[in-house]
Ligand binder design. Sequence first.
Ligand SMILES: *[C@@H]1O[C@H](CO)[C@@H](O)[C@H](O)[C@H]1NC(C)=O
Ligand SMILES: *[C@@H]1O[C@H](CO)[C@@H](O)[C@H](O)[C@H]1NC(C)=O
Ligand SMILES: *[C@@H]1O[C@H](CO)[C@@H](O)[C@H](O)[C@H]1NC(C)=O
Length: 449
Amino acid sequence: MVRALLPLGAALLGAAAVLAADIPTCSLTKKCPKEAPCCSLRRRRLLLGGCDPRMSFSLDSCVPAPVCKDKVYKMDSLDRYQDIGEYLGDPSKADWVGQGEPLLYDGHVLLTMPPKSVGTVLATTTYMWYGSVKAKMKTSRGRGVVTAFILFSDVKDEIDYEFVGVDLHTAQTNYYFQGIPNYDNSGNITISSDSYNDFHEYEIQWTPDEIKWLVDGKVGRTKKRSETWNATSNQWAFPQTPSRVQLSIWPGGLESNAQGTIDWAGGKIDWNDDEIKNYGYFFATFGEITVECYKTDKAPGTNKGVSYYYNDIAATNNTVVDSDKPTVLKSFLATGTDMDKGDGTTSGGATASSSVNAIPGGGSTPPNQVPGGSNPNSGSSSSGNGGSGDSGSSAGTAAPCAATGFSQSCGTNGAAGGTKGNNGARGVERTLGASAFAVIVGIAGLLLI
Ligand SMILES: *[C@@H]1O[C@H](CO)[C@@H](O)[C@H](O)[C@H]1NC(C)=O
Ligand SMILES: *[C@@H]1O[C@H](CO)[C@@H](O)[C@H](O)[C@H]1NC(C)=O
Ligand SMILES: *[C@@H]1O[C@H](CO)[C@@H](O)[C@H](O)[C@H]1NC(C)=O
């Protein structure tokens, strides 16, 4: 089937390592500075974090998020996919943004993880504020290899399916409220047949009152909001904010990860696994994905306007506004508070200066620190939760404010090497990413078998 892309990991790690230096950090108690106003997340696994308004310079540092659209994503083409580094926030131009190596194979999209890489992540360009999402998919397999199908909001509410490659008969489910780590929330659903060889349909039904996880149409788990009251914070610890659908394959068993994460993922990854020998990478296969927005006339959960934004730092469902604010930036120089800046000709190309920072939807964790905690800037590197392997960073831990390379964060820093401001974005994305990627593709091209 598909061909190898061996150099990918090495190239990414190299570039990211260089870029990781000196990233300002942000948290609930330490917001981003005005010059680099947008805070994106840093977590322990590959995902696109978005711009967290709670930790950003101001609530409007983040670009509003496109509202939910009912849609069937066939996943039989990559025409509607854009690298996050090239996306300016217009959901009419792309259905998915991401980073890594998505490939088309046999009418499906494969998310791949070549040796020593940190995998691939895709996120929808629109946000679901409750509703239902179904994915027909086949997981990856192998020690330490994790496949994920999740809903993830810019304030880190999260609803998950995760699959570890050593157990092809279990779908692990989980949820988080505002990224607060809680290791008691997971629950398993048994899958009737092998998740690697067989397509199954995994579904999340999410309303203000409950979350249901269904496999092949059968409810495997239900969590009610009424069971989630937190008497300390006086609120429901229940996911409640607009979220993107995210699909990923990531190396939970990376050597540099916390031991708890490695154990959870089934052990250290074997980069000489048969998958690598046979195909050149680990991979997960995605068929049709269906989003049905929540149907309601009044908040929470409406989809009437153009975009969602937060009007209060509490970031609970009564602080989400379904609005007519635009979501599209004029250029990669624009920011959340100056969306028209620039002329749109400087796309995230080959130089650091053209990089993109203000991209809505960006904000991914830089590859070298993804699941690994190898990044000194990551506030989360030592948590070894056995859960989803990611919650390490959660609320309050540091995240970058400036966009550098892969670490996107929002906020710019107009001064630094031309990285423009990523201010606005709900996550900026990588800057040098595009160029590193180009190099990689070039090299890979030579090695195609
Ligand atoms: C879910 O299954 C995994 C094995 O795949 C196991 O390690 C874990 O403890 C289970 N979690 C729960 C909550 O039962
Ligand atoms: C969301 O909004 C509803 C209606 O305003 C409210 O009853 C509920 O407590 C809020 N919180 C959550 C977690 O749904
Ligand atoms: C309840 O909220 C507090 C404050 O945010 C948090 O520290 C704690 O972990 C939460 N408890 C649970 C069980 O989630």
